[in-house]
Design a protein around this ligand. Structure first.
Ligand SMILES: [Zn+2]
Length: 427
């Protein structure tokens, strides 16, 4: 099972100065920054997915600046991402249209022809047909037929199939180095199985299942089972945007060839608790909560408190500084756990001060949080991981603060997840 990382310009500055909280001297954006596969000793994924929606174009801006967009089109995806086939042999360079970014339009803004052109310019090895998201999903037994669903759903289904038919021909002209992938959308397991059968009949032997992001794992299981029943065994399956990565066994059971996700990276700073990943000796994923020490001068919550007059910004800055020093001193062996926690929790109390809340509830919340942070600090997980993030950044990667720490922690998570997946593959 291959893990494809959906990139969204997720780079870090390798020269970032944690003590001064600033970029390395003379750093140029992108040129001096590093992608996870450049920063770590080994690439933490088997391929990269780039969405047209993220790259953008003149009519539909994405995340790339105009200069980056031009360079991407001129140099191709591999050079832009510094992910050459020679260094990463057999890796996938996959493209899709990023259907979520245009979900509210009546039709995709891209045609089969210009999508194939985008993949050709980018030197992609795999590319998806331009699909249109369907958000409905029938409960078991409801299975509406195509005449029972709303017109919008029917249109999206037909557009996706029509585009796939045109894209198969446009993509086939790109030659043997390119594998066109037909995207499946549907509102039920039956409609998705029908779509899969149609795509296989068009000639596709690699299909991508879309629209599964809001689905629960048992719904995904039903979709995969229906797919496997409908398709000849030669047809490979890719799951687009698979977030439920604790459920890898479902993918393995139904012979999924590949999936893409950003979850390990994103959860480092979007999850409330599961920020730093580890594997237990028995081979399961386990998690630690990162210690939140936001920048006092940048934090909106603190700015608001300063405006209300409930917290002086200078006081906040001193608490922030003490919290950072407390954690660092503990990590270096110059302070006890309790001393480190005291400093962290003093800042936490200022950040979370709410005069509407009773003193006893405040104390309960603080005790709970202290326990969570104590778990993280007591185990010193940064000392048990050999990845470059943990070797170089140490406890800084466990501090929830600024993109360079948060993304480093995400890159560590990618490393842990990729290791987990490769061990998982073992019989
Ligand atoms: Zn690590």
């Amino acid at each position: 099972m291959r893990f494809i990382f959906a990139d969204s310009l997720d780079t870090i500055d390798p020269g970032y100065d944690f003590l001064a909280d600033r970029n390395g001297a003379g750093r140029t954006i992108h040129r001096d920054d590093q992608y996870p596969h450049e920063f770590l000793d080994d690439a933490p994924y088997d391929g990269i997915l780039v969405s047209r929606g993220i790259v953008g174009d003149a009519r539909h801006p994405g995340k790339y600046s105009e200069a980056q967009l031009m360079r991407f089109r001129r140099e191709g995806a591999r050079r832009f991402l510094r992910y050459p086939e020679t260094r990463f042999p057999g890796s996938m360079m996959m493209g899709d249209c990023g259907a979520f970014t245009y979900r509210n339009l009546p039709a995709p803004p891209y045609s089969a022809e210009d999508t194939a052109e985008f993949y050709a310019d980018g030197g992609f090895t795999h590319g998806c047909s331009p699909d249109h998201l369907i958000f409905d999903f029938d409960e078991p037994g409801a299975d509406r037929s195509i005449t029972d669903v709303p017109e919008d759903v029917r249109n999206r289904y037909e557009i996706t199939l029509q585009n796939a038919a045109e894209f198969y021909h446009a993509g086939s002209r790109l030659g043997g180095g390119f594998t066109p992938m037909g995207v499946i959308q549907g509102w039920s397991t039956a409609s998705m199985a029908d779509a899969a059968r149609s795509l296989a009949d068009m000639g596709y032997d690699y299909l991508a299942i879309g629209g599964t992001v809001p689905l629960k794992i048992d719904q995904i299981r039903r979709v995969l089972a229906a797919m496997r029943n409908a398709l000849p065994s030669r047809v490979r399956l890719h799951l687009l945007g698979f977030g439920k990565i604790e459920e890898l066994s479902a993918l393995e059971e139904f012979g999924v060839t590949s999936f893409d996700t950003t979850s390990p990276l994103l959860r480092a700073f979007k999850d409330a608790k599961k920020n730093y990943w580890m594997r237990t000796p028995s081979g399961d994923l386990s998690y630690y909560t990162a210690i939140r020490i936001p920048q006092a001068t940048e934090n909106n919550k603190l700015k608001q408190k300063a405006l209300e007059g409930s917290l002086n910004q200078e006081d906040a800055r001193l608490l922030e500084d003490a919290a950072l020093k407390g954690v660092r001193a503990y990590a270096a062996g110059g302070a006890t756990l309790e001393q480190g926690l005291d400093a962290v929790m003093d800042y936490w109390a200022a950040l979370n001060w709410d005069e509407e809340v009773s003193p006893s509830r405040r104390a309960d919340a603080a005790a709970k949080q202290r326990k969570v942070y104590a778990d993280t600090l007591t185990d010193r997980p940064w000392e048990h991981c050999g990845c470059r993030v943990c070797r170089e950044a140490g406890v800084e990667a466990l501090i929830f603060r600024t993109s360079n720490r948060n993304k480093r922690r995400g890159i560590h998570n990618l490393h842990v997840f990729h290791t987990h997946l490769s061990e998982f593959r073992q019989p």
